[in-house]
Write a protein that binds this ligand. Structure first.
Ligand code: C5P
Length: 219
């Protein structure tokens, strides 16, 4: 049994989308329900881990025994992840917006002639890649990759480009977004595991068990 297998381990999980403000009333965002990330945080806590869940704007309840930090933007998410360190593992499930805009302090007015405002997009920090390369890198760094096609090839490329240990590759060509089940491939340097389509809660439980196994191996 895995009961207590993560006792004493500190784990940070990101989940949900980020919202990047355009002005006080508008934002740009990625699509994410947060369900998979919240389920992972819950499963890790159930095995005894001390979990910090850095959550973008979602309406989900906080899982039992999880420390939740709510953030809005990618830059806030990165700062909250850094404050949660040191950690034994990091699971970055959030759908982080790739860009932000330099937000206006006041609501942008519509022009009478219909001319839309020009939004200059600025690249956001890659929280996962930054953490994987930092001096405070957790022992196990796990990323997610949502893809509609060439899922495994993209995931393997991402493993290298992000410098993480595992990529959970998520086939979102079907009915995954906002749904309750997930088709994943676990991509590590040793190979690829194809998991059956499972409820997000089952994906979370199996992933938590694998994380417990990995952290129990001698370094
Ligand atoms: O590059 P891409 O967005 O496809 O990578 C997805 C993975 O990288 C996810 O684990 C996501 O949480 C993480 N990510 C991040 N910061 C970003 C973009 C993605 O942590 N700015």
């Amino acid at each position: 049994s895995y009961s207590g297998a993560l006792t004493g381990r500190k784990i940070v999980v990101t989940a949900g989308p980020t919202h990047e403000p355009i002005d006080p009333v508008r934002y740009i965002a990625n699509r994410s329900s947060g369900k998979q990330g919240f389920a992972i945080a819950e499963a890790l806590a159930r095995l005894g881990a001390e979990v910090t869940l850095v959550a973008g704007p979602v309406t989900l309840p906080t899982p039992p025994a999880v420390k939740r930090v709510d953030v809005e933007s990618a830059r806030e998410m990165q700062a909250a992840v850094e404050r949660a360190l040191p950690a034994d593992a990091a699971i970055m499930v959030a759908a982080v917006a790739d860009w932000h805009v330099d937000a206006a302090g006041q609501k942008i007015k519509k022009q009478p002639d219909g001319t839309p405002p020009a939004l200059a997009l600025v690249q956001n920090p890659d929280i996962l890649a930054g953490l994987a390369r930092s001096a405070r890198r957790p022992r196990l760094v796990i990323g997610f990759a949502a893809e509609t096609n060439d899922v495994i090839a993209y995931a393997q490329a991402k493993l290298t480009s992000k410098g993480c240990d595992w990529i959970v590759a998520n086939d979102v060509s079907g009915d995954v977004m906002g749904g309750d089940s997930n088709s994943i491939h676990l991509v590590t340097r040793d190979g690829v595991e194809d998991w059956p389509n499972l409820p997000k809660q089952a994906v979370a439980e199996q992933l938590a068990a694998r994380i417990a196994d990995a952290l129990s191996e001698p370094r």
